[in-house]
Ligand binder design. Structure first.
Ligand code: GH3
Ligand code: MG
Ligand code: MG
Ligand code: MG
Length: 314
């Protein structure tokens, strides 16, 4: 899950630490699962799996805050499950605690080696397990919060440039292997200096928030990303989207920004703004890096400005 993208623009982060922790319990013995369920169900949201592959699937889909993992299981053992969790970008930050009857020092060392944060022998003391789970859930949530702050733009609440750059690098590497299409949009608010001069910097900030929200609500796929690139410039990353698709998307976003910043719609006292958009689409035969892709979008943005603004060029 794309953390920044999963938040609506402007979402405050408060409340996140109070949410009921989500726990995934993995053990091939249903009786052990039931026991742990009884220990945690009152104040946790508990998911259960009795088999390694199912555990991986649930971890990806449900994004638990912590996984209690048995070691000895048929098919995938707990060590293997942990290794796979740690190799997957979607699950690598979820802390894993091993709970096992085979609690010899060798196993414990191996468990920590493959990425677990803790290792508890069976039979376990309920109070101790609860206390350790609490500690690691708290650490995990603090980490989540930090990751959000690091990757979100403070003014608008959408992703920031750092996040965009990381995603772009990942997508660029991906298309080298897959040959799939990839496009970016560079979006610049028109005459924004004039807007600030006429309506004040505060209104300018409000306006940027509204533009960000309009862009974010206009994206269609969970893999699309919009970020604040800097100042009054925004950028969209559109995986699996070719030049035609991107141009269509850009046209929709251009209209959407204009509509959603109308005083009648936004309730704001200032007039609507427009944006100019430059499209860049990956050409692996001509482009050597993701920078080339951005350069093309920038060139097209320049053309859109030259054409009179409130326009899309591809
Ligand atoms: P163009 O149509 O050619 O893009 O004209 P422009 O006035 O938008 O472009 P220019 O680059 O000359 O000015 C950008 C303005 O955006 C100037 C700057 O003060 C304003 N700006 C940048 N970041 C922010 C911000 O965070 N808040 C506010 N209120 N204004 C900002
Ligand atoms: Mg077992
Ligand atoms: Mg600009
Ligand atoms: Mg501008």
């Amino acid at each position: 899950m794309d953390i920044a993208q999963s938040l609506p623009a402007g979402t405050p982060f408060g409340g996140e630490l109070e949410r009921r922790p989500r726990l995934l319990v993995v053990d091939d013995q249903p009786v052990n699962v039931q026991l742990l369920y009884r220990v945690f169900a009152a104040d946790h949201q508990v998911f259960a799996a009795t088999e390694g592959n199912k555990a991986l699937e649930i971890a990806r889909q449900q994004q638990p805050d912590l996984i209690l993992l048995d070691v000895v299981m048929p098919e995938l053992d707990g060590f293997e499950v942990c290794q796979r969790l740690k190799a997957d970008q979607l699950t690598r930050d979820i802390p894993v605690i091993f709970l096992t009857a085979n609690a010899d020092p060798e196993s414990e060392a191996h468990g920590l080696d493959v990425g677990a944060v803790d290792f508890i022998g069976k039979p376990f003391n309920t109070k101790v397990v609860r206390a350790r789970v609490k500690t690691h859930v708290t650490l995990k949530r603090q980490g989540d919060l930090l990751r959000r702050w690091v990757f979100l733009d403070g003014l608008t609440g959408i992703a920031n440039r750092r996040h965009f750059d990381e995603r772009l690098a990942v997508e660029w590497a991906r298309i080298q292997r897959s040959g799939a299409p990839l496009s970016v949009l560079l979006i610049d608010v028109d005459h924004f200096k004039r807007f600030n001069d006429s309506h004040g910097h505060q209104s300018g900030d409000d306006c940027l928030r509204r533009v960000a929200a309009a862009l974010a609500s206009g994206l269609q796929r969970p893999t699309d990303l919009v970020a604040r690139y800097g100042g009054e410039e925004f950028v969209c990353l559109l995986p699996d989207t070719d030049g035609y698709g991107a141009q269509h998307m850009a046209e929709q976003l251009r209209q959407r920004v204009h509509q959603e910043t109308q005083p009648g719609v936004s309730g704001a006292p200032w007039p609507a703004v427009t944006v100019s958009i430059g499209v860049g689409s990956a050409r692996l035969d001509l482009m050597h890096s993701a920078d080339d892709l951005l350069r093309e979008a920038d060139l097209n943005l320049y053309r859109a400005k030259k054409a009179g603004r409130n326009a899309v060029r591809a």
